[in-house]
Design a protein around this ligand. Structure first.
Ligand code: GTP
Ligand code: SPV
Ligand code: MN
Length: 610
């Protein structure tokens, strides 16, 4: 048995509650060794991981990591929120009793780290000093060194973040045990993976994965599920899967901040990192604050404030290139210490590649392996069109590497939020942008956010998979109280953000091309929204919100067919009438939905003539 106390003492880990927690899980997992990590250890850990073959060199100061081939994405079916109160059960949170889950996970983790080192990672999901710092401290335990390297980039890591807590017990206990990945029965009825947040005990127990979305517990489990629960239980804040950006008008000196929820793989990272279109670059400057999580609270001046609890970006690699996202390309450039996961890799040239990085894959196949490690040159004819990179392959880099990261991204005060936007992949019906001034209608719009379902296959005829506020996979308490908490927080603001729904993904009914060029041009829709908020434009009222008049949009340098633009700025009333019926059925699943939300629904339905 290792002398846990001597190791913690030597690592200057002073918090007694933390020591007790580490001692307990060291005993359960049976780890051979304990090591406390701070970000200063990163260079040594990189060397060790390279020597052990856990990561591979991918050029100057860049690294490649491959997770097990059945372990490449978040697993929603295996993700559970547990508490001791059955009334915490919602429609999407996959609730189980805490006692049952703690026993199950303790059983699975018993002896499961034998022969391994258990890394102790004290972290903070907030800039130090923020009004929500109290909810931000955590200690992740993991038996996986590559996971440590990711967390060093994604969170603020060091003993100093937890040694002097006002309440020494108020840190999130986040235990990650990788498990024997080749014998976990992933996707079968005998699946042994469990990703559990025991929300009312602020304890996270994840077993059976080393992929970021299941293993970086500060990010998805603490930053989203636990924080959403804490924000609700304390009545103090919201924690949402939102990006956060700033726009400065260099002519007037005005600066706006916009937060927004888009379901996974629907454009948050790309929007938060966007640059002005070339034609507008002299006037507007976009700053990056966050690309995946925002915590939001009401400031003493009556405005909504937001901050990004993360310290890095875990972004979708696919289609990231100089044209779509030049900022990301710079952030993952040589020397950035970025890690690429599950992309294609060339061991001879130490290069990485993923679909959309260049228009065609490298012509010389020599040395190239796909995300599973198979040589591309050895592929059978039937495999010729398989992607080289996994569609959910990712890059990991720190915020400081993002060239347009805001100067004040570490300011603990956060930023005042002027607008809240929702957007999903919607091939028809949803216009480019529609603004919503009424808070209940804005919250209603978030609750009915949808992402495109494969309706062609299952015959749902345009029906969407609803993803409330883009939080469906991260929902930790019931949807009715969730809506009420939103109404309460925004209701407390005396200077409220304007809401809007955006859609970059409308397609032509005939040939399927995207009507809107997207990416950097998305800024044009956001500028209109901020001008509407400031009373500089009036827009056109529609049954589902205010649409831009064409002449109100800044169109300089925009390459678009006039007919496509017209389509993007109109409402298809028949499709909307059909949608109202779907929405009613969606909302009826949620007990105790606030009456204000139903009133908002009825107002929209009536305006549509339903
Ligand atoms: P998560 O990290 O999974 O939460 O995803 P995300 O919401 O941050 O999505 P991301 O920005 O990584 O985009 C996902 C995919 O959508 C990428 O392949 C992008 O290239 C693509 N995408 C993003 N913005 C646009 C856009 O404006 N138009 C089009 N056509 N595609 C876009
Ligand atoms: C998402 O899937 O929404 C992500 C990446 O942002 S993960 O960490 O896998 O959740
Ligand atoms: Mn996400």
């Amino acid at each position: 048995m290792v002398d846990v106390d001597a190791i913690l003492e030597a690592a200057h880990l002073k918090n007694d509650s933390v020591r007790e927690y580490v001692r307990y899980w060291a005993g359960v997992t049976g780890a051979d060794n304990i090591e406390v990590v701070s970000v200063e250890d990163d260079t040594r850990l990189i060397e060790e991981a390279l020597a052990a073959g856990e990561i591979l060199p991918a050029g100057n100061g860049l690294y490649y990591s491959r997770s097990y081939y059945k372990d490449t994405a978040r697993s929603e079916e295996r993700t559970i929120v547990a508490t001791s109160n059955p009334s915490d059960k919602g429609v999407y949170n996959n609730w189980y009793p805490a006692a049952e889950m703690k026993a199950k996970l303790t059983g699975l983790m018993t002896g499961a780290s034998k022969g391994k080192t258990m890394y102790v990672i004290p972290y903070l999901m907030s800039p130090p000093g923020s009004p929500v710092e109290k909810y931000a401290a955590g200690v992740q335990l993991t038996d996986n060194r590559a996971v440590v390297l990711h967390i060093n980039r994604m969170a603020r890591v060091g003993a100093e973040y937890i040694n002097n807590l006002a309440d020494p017990d108020s840190f999130v206990r986040a235990v990650h045990v990788t498990g024997d990945l080749e014998n976990l029965g992933q996707g079968t009825p005998e699946d042994k993976r469990y990703f559990v947040t025991v929300a009312d005990e602020r304890t996270i127990l994840h077993f059976g994965s080393s992929y970021g979305g299941n293993a970086l517990l500060g990010k998805i489990a603490h930053g989203l599920r636990q924080a959403a629960y804490d924000g609700w239980a304390s009545k103090k804040f919201l924690a949402e899967q939102f990006m956060l950006l700033g726009i400065t008008d260099k002519v007037t000196g005005k600066k706006w901040h916009i937060a927004g929820g888009f379901p996974s793989a629907s454009g948050k990272t790309n929007l938060a990192m966007t640059l002005s279109p070339d034609a507008l670059g002299d006037r507007y400057y976009v700053e990056f604050y966050g690309d995946d999580i925002a915590w939001m609270w009401v400031g003493s001046d009556g405005r909504l404030y937001g901050m990004n609890p993360e310290f890095g970006v875990f972004g979708v690699a696919k289609d990231t290139n100089e044209k779509t996202n030049p900022t990301a390309i710079e952030a993952i450039a040589p020397g950035s210490k970025s890690i690429f996961t599950n992309v294609a890799y060339n061991a001879k040239t130490q290069e990485v590649w993923f679909e959309g990085r260049t228009s065609a894959p490298p012509a010389d196949l020599d040395g190239w392996t796909d995300w599973k490690g198979g040589l591309i040159a050895d592929r059978l004819p039937a495999e010729a069109n398989d992607p080289w990179a996994h569609p959910n392959s990712r890059f990991t880099t720190t915020l400081a590497n993002v060239p347009n990261v805001a100067d004040d991204y570490e300011n603990p005060v956060g930023v005042p939020i002027d607008g809240i936007i929702f957007g999903g992949r919607t091939r028809d019906r949803e216009p480019l942008i529609r603004a919503i001034r009424d808070v209940a209608e804005g919250v209603y719009d978030g609750l009915t956010l949808g992402a495109e379902a494969t309706f062609a296959a299952d015959g749902l005829d345009g029906q969407l998979r609803y993803d409330p506020m883009s939080m469906r996979p991260f929902m930790s308490y019931p949807e009715g109280p969730y809506a009420a908490h939103w109404l309460s927080i925004i209701g407390q603001c005396t200077d409220k953000p304007i809401f809007a729904h955006v859609n970059w993904f409308q397609r032509d009914a005939e040939d399927g091309h995207f009507l809107w060029p997207g990416y950097r041009d998305n800024l044009r829709a956001l500028l209109w929204l901020m001008q509407l908020r400031d009373g500089e434009v009036t827009g056109i009222e529609s049954p589902v919100g205010i649409l831009p008049a064409k002449e109100e949009l800044v169109l300089d340098g925009l390459d678009i067919e006039p007919a496509d633009l017209d389509k993007l700025l109109t409402i298809d009333t028949d499709r909307w009438k059909q949608e109202i019926g779907f929405r009613k059925a969606h909302l009826e699943q949620f007990p105790n939905l606030p009456e204000e939300i139903w009133e908002a629904h009825r107002r929209v339905a009536e305006a549509l003539g339903e």
